[in-house]
Design a protein around this ligand. Structure first.
Ligand SMILES: C[S@@+](CC[C@H](N)C(=O)[O-])C[C@H]1O[C@@H](n2cnc3c(N)ncnc32)[C@H](O)[C@@H]1O
Length: 391
């Protein structure tokens, strides 16, 4: 195995518990390495630091798999998967839909695995993990005994690693039609082959539960609703009517069928609209809601896009206030790890002041427990949810 030598003193990241080494920390010429090649990371003086994979095309040039000097093979992956599985079994026993592997947080950087019933959907983000695909599939079969494994590596972030998007069946059987399963107490359709992400957004599990006490008797607006998880939870908790809004017709079709399946359709309306335009239209029609949910996609793709993303969140929350009645509740989320919670709170505070409205935070949420945050890598924390009672 080739050695990858760091510049003097640059081992501090690894000693501090990060799994990443950036290209400017490396002493060797990265041209001598192939994307995804397994290497031994060594300090400037040749001391062993760990085993991982390199990508000369990526700013994150090395990702650590193990501090021990061991072979990275199916057995290694099985041992990592078993640790991840034990945690999920403990914190989310009996759940149908679970993120079983969350990349760096489970010390398998570049790999995400979601389990939907007896089917696994995996997503590979890096060349190093792509090179291990055969071993990953073998390890998943050994640990989970799934009836099928489907790949959904159709994510644009792969470009940074020089990889094409990829999706398809890797083993066994996976239904061509959406499957139905329970998530957050709602029966939901999951389109494993064509749905967004791997089929569902699993990271809001705990935050959605707050609708149980909050939504009763409310008129609710669920913007960026996807298959309707939040709005249906609100309807089930006793909301008097729920307006669902999303720009994706496919998502709204699934949301409408979920409303029927859960016998909640009589209280649900569906609007196919861009959320920014939709909020403006609703305000123009003098519509007012008691509870507004904002769960947008990430507006900040990289640090370089922070300013424009910040403006997007500001504008969105500003428009949401125009349809929220005094005394109502805003459930507002941000899933960009470039926006830390303090900055997001400050943003919401500034939007409230701009609208001459006061507010109090009644709940602060984060990503669910199957998306754990690696304490030594703040980059693994990305989701903030603020619930604000607005004057
Ligand atoms: C983060 S997901 C929301 C997930 C959903 N709340 C859930 O928990 O399942 C973002 C959703 O926003 C939709 N979307 C993206 N851009 C949009 C826009 N400009 N206006 C309305 N919907 C949009 C996507 O189709 C997707 O369903």
């Amino acid at each position: 195995m080739k050695k990858l030598r760091l510049k003097r003193g640059q081992e501090r990241n690894i000693h501090g518990g990060s799994l990443w080494v950036f290209s400017n920390q490396i002493d060797d010429s990265l041209k001598n390495f192939l994307p995804g090649e397994m290497v031994q990371l060594v300090a400037r003086n040749g001391r062993h630091l760990g085993i991982g994979y390199v990508n000369p095309h990526s700013l994150i040039a090395f990702r650590l798999l193990s501090l021990d000097n061991i072979e990275i093979n199916t057995d290694f992956l099985v041992s990592r998967l078993k640790v991840a599985q034990q945690l999920r079994n403990k914190i989310l026993p009996g759940e149908d839909a679970v993120r079983e592997v969350f990349s760096e947080s489970d010390q398998i950087p570049g790999l995400v695995v979601d389990r939907y019933g007896e089917v696994l959907v995996l997503q590979i983000a890096t060349a190093g993990m792509a090179a291990l695909k055969t071993e990953i599939v073998a390890a998943l079969q050994e640990v989970y005994h799934p009836i099928g494994i489907f790949e959904r590596s159709d994510i644009s972030i792969r470009k940074l690693e020089g990889l094409e998007e990829q999706s398809g069946l890797l083993s066994g059987k996976v239904s061509p039609k959406p499957i139905w399963l329970q998530f957050a107490g709602i029966n939901l359709p999951v389109d494993l082959r064509h749905g967004q992400k791997t089929g569902l957004f699993l990271d809001q599990r705990n935050n959605i539960q707050l609708l149980e006490p909050l939504a009763s008797g409310c008129r609710v607006l669920d913007t960026f609703c996807y298959v309707g998880t939040w709005g249906l939870k609100a309807a089930k908790a006793g909301a008097v009517d729920v307006t669902f809004m999303d720009s994706s017709a496919g998502a709204l079709t699934l949301a409408a069928s979920a409303a029927r399946r859960n016998k909640l359709a009589d209280r649900c309306q569906f609007l196919k609209m861009d959320a920014f335009d939709g909020l403006k239209n609703l305000a123009g029609d003098q519509r007012q809601f008691d509870l507004v949910i904002l769960d947008p996609p990430s507006f900040i793709r990289s640090r370089a896009h922070f300013k424009e993303g910040y403006k997007g969140y500001f504008d969105l929350n500003h428009r949401a206030l125009s349809v929220l009645r005094p005394g109502g509740v805003l459930m507002t989320c941000c899933c960009s790890h470039h926006m830390d919670e303090a900055t997001f709170r400050q943003l919401i505070h500034t939007v409230l002041r701009r609208n001459n409205r006061g507010g109090r935070i009644v709940y602060r949420g984060q990503q669910g427990p199957d998306h754990p945050v690696l304490m030594t890598m703040p980059e693994t924390e990305y989701l903030h949810c603020l619930v604000v009672n607005v004057d």
